[in-house]
Design a protein around this ligand. Structure first.
Ligand SMILES: *[C@@H]1O[C@H](CO)[C@@H](O)[C@H](O)[C@H]1NC(C)=O
Length: 382
């Protein structure tokens, strides 16, 4: 089965702000709220994000911080930037310290982590290699994979199964041979006698597509139809968990139907691609993107948001204030952990962040928008 490394490339940063204005004709620029202004958009059992407000606003009153849209050639085109407003440092530090005590690296259960099973030359990793990798991720709540190629659903599920509840966020990254790909997932689940009478307990989510709109590889209508069809197939096979499509925040805001067709809203969001955001502000920035939507979209149509990718590269070229380095990766990942930490005593709290990524993806290829950093987002192993 084919896969294309560049198509799996990390997200362009996507940050669009919803305005509360109902005017469609004027572009409006809104300062980014900080975590302090929106104390906890995840309070309650659901989160307002993209609903009828997004519908109304998406046609014109949507703005980007380096948000990627596409020109007629399908290439991402940066939109105009507006400055990032850092949160008050005193509060930010206090929060960070408090969280650091309660949620050190030992509490990986607050997060998922992304994983791809390819060698640097793009060939598939073997079963023992995958088992070796996945064993290192056992402290997390779940591992996110992207495709059904390389027998990866089967191999990652098998590797995760003995690791005490490590779930798999399964996916397929393109819509070709949708039914065959779904069958691979279904077969993999049934081949792994994970949880007693419910083998699907090992699956956190099934994602149909990753950034297909951001990369202009499918239309919104195609993605919506694929999600609906996939959900039907998976339900018939006994899976009753979430079925979603993943795209950038920008793509979601421009296409609210992506969120609507998903069982929750699944968005990749990387502060690194915003030239105004330093590493230590990554957590507040990403949290703020969720909060902006939460504040702008009133009830009753509430939906949970999961950030399905966020991280920071440890090598590559500088993007304004966003500087890749080991030290900055550490700071960015800590700030993301702090912003998205769950209460360790509330074991049933739902994860809201997938850290990106577990290991360096040396098989990836840079393009004009990746700052030579595409291979170097791995958090572990160095
Ligand atoms: C996937 O891996 C499992 C376990 O090694 C194996 O039994 C199965 O035949 C493999 N499937 C394919 C399509 O290679």
């Amino acid at each position: 089965m084919q896969w294309t490394p560049s198509q799996l490339a990390a997200a362009a940063a996507a940050v669009l702000l919803l305005s509360s204005s109902s005017s469609h004709s004027q572009l409006q620029v809104t300062a980014l709220p900080t975590g302090n202004l929106i104390p906890n958009p995840f309070n309650g059992d659901a989160l307002s994000w993209l609903d009828q407000s997004a519908d109304q606003l998406s046609s014109g009153v949507v703005h980007g911080l380096n948000a990627a849209i596409h020109n007629s050639d399908g290439e991402p085109t940066p939109l105009s930037s507006i400055p990032y407003t850092p949160p008050p440092s005193a509060n930010s530090n206090a929060n960070a310290n408090a969280n650091a005590n309660a949620n050190s690296a030992s509490n990986d259960k607050s997060y998922g982590i992304a994983y791809s099973p390819y060698n640097p030359d793009g060939t598939c990793k073997t079963s023992p290699q995958i088992t070796h990798d996945i064993t290192k991720l056992s402290s997390f709540r779940f591992v996110r994979i992207y495709g059904t190629d390389c027998n990866q659903t089967h191999l990652v599920l098998s590797a995760a199964q003995p690791l005490g509840g490590l779930q798999v966020f399964a996916g397929l990254f393109d819509l070709h041979d949708l039914d065959e790909q779904l069958q691979l997932i279904i077969d993999a689940v049934h081949a792994n006698p994970a949880a007693n009478n419910n083998p699907w307990q090992a699956i956190h989510t099934v994602a149909i597509g990753n950034e297909l709109l951001n990369r202009a590889q499918a239309t919104a209508a195609e993605v919506v139809a694929a999600v609906q069809s996939a959900r039907e197939t998976l339900r018939a096979a006994g899976y009753h968990g979430p079925v979603v499509t993943v795209d950038t925040v920008a793509a979601h805001l421009q296409n609210p139907e992506l969120c609507r067709v998903s069982d929750y809203c699944a968005a990749n969001c990387h502060a690194f691609f915003d030239e105004t955001v330093p590493a230590e502000a990554a957590g507040d920035y990403v949290w703020g993107q969720v909060g902006v939507g939460a504040a702008a979209a009133p009830p009753p149509k509430r939906k949970k948001v999961l950030i399905t990718e966020s991280g920071w590269p440890h090598a590559g070229q500088t993007n304004g204030m966003a500087v890749p380095s080991l030290e900055n990766q550490k700071a960015a990942v800590q700030s993301l952990r702090d912003a998205f930490a769950l209460d360790p005593s509330a074991e049933d709290e739902e994860v809201r962040l997938v850290l990106f990524s577990s290991f360096d993806d040396l098989w990836k290829v840079d393009n004009g928008y990746t700052f030579g950093a595409e291979k170097f987002w791995g958090i572990l192993g160095h």
